[in-house]
Design a protein around this ligand. Structure first.
Ligand SMILES: Nc1ncnc2c1ncn2[C@@H]1O[C@H](COP(=O)(O)OP(=O)(O)OP(=O)(O)O)[C@@H](O)[C@H]1O
Ligand SMILES: [Mg+2]
Length: 272
């Protein structure tokens, strides 16, 4: 039913709007390997959408298609009512789509503050020449960038480590900094590839809360890959289930939990 209405209000009072992103019949191959086989699904404005599935199912590949990192051989990607042409990742970023990686991709030698600042790069309008001849605008932009980054640092409660080189931080905090860098781009759609992998229970709870708060307070739409079923069921409005490159389930957490194909795919498969 939720697929046919324009918008609806969740049990916790958030409004989910119409379709933001639509993947139509996506097929992605690497040589002989078919990582994604004819998959269609959508992401609605304001929702938290999970992509789950066993190892090698094609989840990261799907996120990489959304972010413009991989280009599918077949299918169409639609964003806010328009077919998106084949784009480079930086062009996709300008549409308001930001991501984190399955393996942390931060600058280890740089401070937390500077790492988050790099997330502003896609937003910066003035180039070096403009900065040289019209420093006023560049300076204003720099101030706005700083303010945004400071807000994120407050929001993620990482004031105490703002000057610390990222390489010295424990894993859970690195993941939080990576989230901060993605947020610095002020995304409309935030893509998170296993934001809680390798975390302990407490760290997972913290990360879950930040994701919920980002969604609620900034109105950011979220698509995330996660193996921890408890987290997925608690966080997400709808879930896509992949297995061997195919879509085997799509619906609310309750719907996919009771889907026999999904249950079968998970039997005997270990995840952590
Ligand atoms: N760049 C690539 N070159 C070749 N094969 C790839 C590439 N990226 C992914 N694959 C293959 O595509 C398939 C899907 O991989 P993908 O990383 O998308 O799975 P996943 O669901 O994210 O798995 P995991 O849970 O282990 O992260 C796998 O068979 C993988 O080996
Ligand atoms: Mg993956």
């Amino acid at each position: 039913m939720k697929d046919t209405v324009d918008s609806y209000v969740t049990a916790d009072g958030r409004t989910i709007g119409g379709v933001m992103m639509e993947m139509k019949n996506i097929t992605l191959r690497f040589g002989g390997v078919v990582a994604i086989k004819d998959i269609s699904f959508d992401i609605r404005e304001g929702e938290i959408r999970a992509i789950i599935g066993p190892n090698g199912a094609g989840k990261s590949s799907m996120l990489n298609v959304i972010s413009g990192f991989y280009h599918p051989q077949e299918g169409e990607v639609w964003f806010r009512g328009q077919r998106r042409p084949s784009m480079r990742p930086y062009q996709v970023a300008r549409l308001g789509i930001a991501r984190t990686f399955q393996n942390i991709a931060l600058f280890e030698g740089m401070s937390v503050l500077d790492n988050i600042m790099t997330g502003r790069l896609t937003q910066m309008k003035s180039n070096i020449i403009q900065q040289a001849i019209w420093w006023g605008a560049a300076e204003k932009e720099e101030t706005a960038n700083r303010e945004r980054v400071e807000r994120i640092i407050d929001f993620l409660e990482i004031q105490a480590i703002r000057k610390t080189p990222v390489g010295r931080l424990p894993y859970g905090l690195k993941k939080r900094v990576e989230l901060g860098r993605a947020l610095a781009a002020e995304p409309k759609l935030l893509l998170l590839d296993e934001p809680m992998a390798g975390m302990n229970v407490e760290e997972k709870e913290d990360m879950s809360r930040y994701i919920l708060d980002v969604n609620d307070e900034f109105g950011t739409t979220v698509a995330l890959i996660e193996h921890d079923m408890g987290v997925v069921m608690d966080l997400s409005d709808r879930v896509v289930v992949m297995d061997y490159g195919k879509k085997i389930g799509d619906g609310t957490p309750d719907e996919v939990r009771n889907n026999q194909d999904v249950i079968d795919a998970y039997l005997g498969v270990s995840h952590d």
